[in-house]
Design a protein around this ligand. Structure first.
Ligand code: MRU
Length: 309
């Protein structure tokens, strides 16, 4: 099943807010409904946002105001604006063809990243740590970092995955575990704060993460918690590998300091699914992403190359 697709003149996507309990497809026919789906994370993950942006630009039909709103729906993943821009630049009668090519290229890129990432790791019974969800749900199919995990599993070389729960929206606990269970891959869920400690205590063969934007100098924005994992991995001598398509590399952003980091509603910190945790009126800060400096990254794997510091 594809996470997002174009079906009979509309965008169809899995509503990821309802997983793992309910698998519901949403059918979206307007730009404003698509923006709403993006902002509440019904569709999420940088490559899937690129495809959503492309399909959304088809729905926009050349309306500059709708295109501008769609580009800005979420700021950090460069793929969203990239997907919108590719389609907006095409002649109107070619817009859907361009969007479908972006979808197909994403599928091909995930296959290629899976093989290239798996070939970087030697041996078998590998223990991999990961954060957020970088699987098929974050792309069209298969995924980036979790696509490498899938390939390792298919090759019979995966020992287990340690998946960080990924507070506050729990993409790791809800989505990554769902995908790993679906592929029959051994995994254990850990609290985010246990990640660096477990890197220092267990034999972990690699940390594999995705990316929302890679700056020109290699600094990488990804889900909040990635930077702490990178520090822990460096201290423990564990390879820290970013897996992302070329469309996530943003040569126009010089360094991590120039990446716009999404600040989300503080209510996501003080509540979980409508249940308040902190005292009424507690202030909260909710950066959705952080930036890992390039010198903490062992390698960046794309569909066409391996980039090292
Ligand atoms: O807020 P999200 O769920 O969209 O964040 C997603 C991530 O941080 C992913 O790691 C990143 O987009 C890469 S997905 C292959």
């Amino acid at each position: 099943m594809r996470t997002i697709d174009w079906v009979d003149g509309a965008v169809e996507l899995i509503d990821q807010t309802l997983l793992p309990d309910t698998l519901v497809m949403l059918r979206v026919t307007t730009v404003d409904d698509l923006i709403e789906a993006i902002q509440r994370l019904a569709v999420r993950g940088a490559p899937a946002l690129g495809v959503a942006g492309a399909f959304g630009a088809v729905l926009a039909g050349g309306d500059p105001a709708a295109i501008a709103r769609l580009r800005a729906a979420r700021p950090t993943a460069v793929n969203l604006a990239w997907g919108v821009d590719q389609v907006a630049a095409a002649p109107p009668d070619k817009a859907l063809d361009v969007a479908l090519r972006i979808r197909d290229d994403d599928i091909a890129a995930c296959h290629a990243m899976g093989l290239r990432g798996a070939s970087l790791l030697e041996g078998s019974d590998l223990r991999i740590m990961t954060v957020c969800n970088t699987g098929g749900l974050a792309c069209v199919e298969r995924g980036t970092a979790l696509g490498v995990v899938r390939t390792l599993h298919e090759q019979g070389r995966l020992g287990e995955v340690l998946a960080l729960e990924t507070r506050p929206l729990l993409q790791g606990a809800r989505l990554t575990t769902w995908e790993l269970a679906g592929m029959g891959a051994p995994h254990r869920l850990i609290a985010d704060s246990a990640g660096p400690y477990l890197l220092s205590r267990l034999k972990v063969d690699a940390v594999l993460i995705g990316a929302d934007r890679v700056a020109a100098n290699g600094d990488t924005a990804n889900k909040i918690g990635s930077y702490a994992l990178a520090l822990g991995a460096r201290r423990a001598g564990v390879p820290f590998i970013v897996v992302a398509p070329e469309s996530t590399i943003d040569a126009g952003t010089p360094s991590g300091a120039d990446i716009s980091i999404e600040d989300r509603d503080p209510v996501e910190i003080v509540q979980i699914r409508g249940v308040r945790l902190a005292p009424e009126g507690t202030a909260a800060l909710n950066p959705a992403f952080d930036v890992t400096p390039h010198d903490l990254i062992t390698a960046i794997v794309t569909e066409s190359r391996v980039i090292r510091p």
